[in-house]
Design a protein. Structure first.
Length: 191
């Protein structure tokens, strides 16, 4: 067969496996249910993932990530994402950490804003300055696990101490930036 069909580039082991399969089953076809399943995106899995995702829309505080859906259903995380994207036409977004306000904080902010709005008349607004400050860290933290020194010597003793030691400060350096804004304009940045 290899000599008769040279353009097919068949290997001997492939032909031996084919002959063995024909001898055992009487056919060259694949046995039913053999091999890896073609797709996890079955109608039942699409329905299960769709119900879990859509049940989150009325309760946004109890939203489940693809990893949590994987734990509940046994469907892999990548398959959950594929089902959501291709079958359900949904977009995935990365969660962001934000400041969580309690109901008391929200009411307090509303009261203060209304009070500020009542107190600031047009004449007072001309003389009012708003300022803000932000502290930026200059020295970023470093991971010493990946900080390596390569040297062509026999032992560690032959490498100079300056190459092996890396100094660090106890407190990271930071800069505070301040800006003031009023109706007349804004100031330049103060460092």
């Amino acid at each position: 067969m290899i000599q008769e069909f040279p353009s097919r580039n068949w290997k001997r082991s492939t032909l031996y496996d084919l002959i063995k399969r024909i001898d055992l089953t009487g056919s060259a076809d694949r046995q039913k249910g053999s091999g890896r399943p073609r797709c996890v995106r079955t109608a039942a899995n699409i329905k299960v993932v769709g119900e879990l995702i859509c049940s989150q829309e009325d309760k946004p505080t109890t939203s489940k990530s693809p990893r949590e859906i994987e734990r509940e259903t046994g469907i892999s995380r990548s398959s959950v994402c594929r089902i959501a994207k291709k079958e359900l036409n949904l977009k995935t977004f990365r969660r962001q950490e934000v400041q969580l306000l309690s109901d008391a904080d929200i009411r307090k902010r509303l009261v203060v804003c209304r009070l500020l709005k009542r107190c600031l008349t047009k004449e007072k607004l001309d003389r009012t300055w708003f300022s803000d400050e932000k502290v930026f860290t200059v020295q970023t933290p470093s991971n010493s696990q990946n900080d390596r020194v390569y040297a062509n010597v026999r032992s560690k003793k032959d490498v100079t101490a300056e190459r092996l030691l890396k100094g660090r400060k106890h407190f990271s350096q930071s800069v505070m930036v301040s800006v003031v804004v009023s109706k007349l304009g804004k100031t330049s940045r103060f460092l």
